[in-house]
Write a protein that binds this ligand. Sequence first.
Ligand code: AHR
Length: 333
Amino acid sequence: MLLRTRLAAAMSGILLAAVVAGCGSGDDVGSGSGSGSAADDGKITLGFSQVGAESGWRTANTKSIQESAAAAGIDLKFADAQQQQANQIKAIRSYIAQKVDVIAFSPVVETGWDAVLQEAKAANIPVILTDRAVDSKDTSLYKSFLGSDFVVEGQKAGDWLVNEYKDKPGPVNIVVLEGTTGSAPANDRKSGFDEKIKADPKFKVIASQTGEFTRAKGKEVMEAFLKANPKIDVLYAHNDDMGLGAIEAIEAAGKKPGTDIKIITVDAVHDGMQALADGKINYIVECSPLLGPQLMDLVKKVKAGEPVQQRILTEETTFTQAQAKEALPTRKY
Ligand code: AHR
């Protein structure tokens, strides 16, 4: 009996340690101590919670963060949340328990972060937001937010469309593949785009649904759009991957992407740029995933107690088909 009790106590101890060290989801591929507590070798330890691996953009972003951490000599603890907010909260709590020096994360959705960020603040661990914002009134919960202006990205997409159809009669039937529901890029890319097209009633959004930022879901939703709507003039996809999935659906339906249906996407990852150069996409608004070097600079400054800007905007451009052909040979992602 006594032996069984001891065994049970030992097992529950092991289980607790596993939850704290492993974040309960994805891989914790920290390049550093791996001991379940922050490094004691003088290196800065950064706990990073990534959204997932849903898109080419995300893969390039993860690579940028991992390579930059290694180059900066920062001990990186990395967890993939598989697009689940609960997994991100678990990972952040694990980083707090491990007493990392700095926590950074790209929030899968905008709302619901105050409680866990209060916990980080109470533990005196500074937090940096990368890529996506949180919708919180208390800006003291994080030191800085590094990333794109998604509203501007949506506006750029809308501007291109308005210009493209300026001398053409309506109606212009638009379908939209939205990003992850509740995420900052889905919310903001929609509002920026809507703001630009609403001035002219000839632009009609006839269907709009999430494609969860993935190629597979983009294809599936586009198939349904095509079945339900005999006349689609334009597809606006909140990222390249959903646009690329939609291209497969359009071709399978016997239509020519880029010609029969004009396509606008966001990101400008390599596969998207190739489709743009091939004439299957008409316009791409760039969103840069290469946030690693700036993030590591921020981590060092925050750890040293130096002041940092609360908002750091990423520099971005847009691409036409001709510009994509020119840019492709030297494109980094
Ligand atoms: O938050 C950035 C967005 O997330 C990218 O546009 C998209 O591809 C990714 O999944």
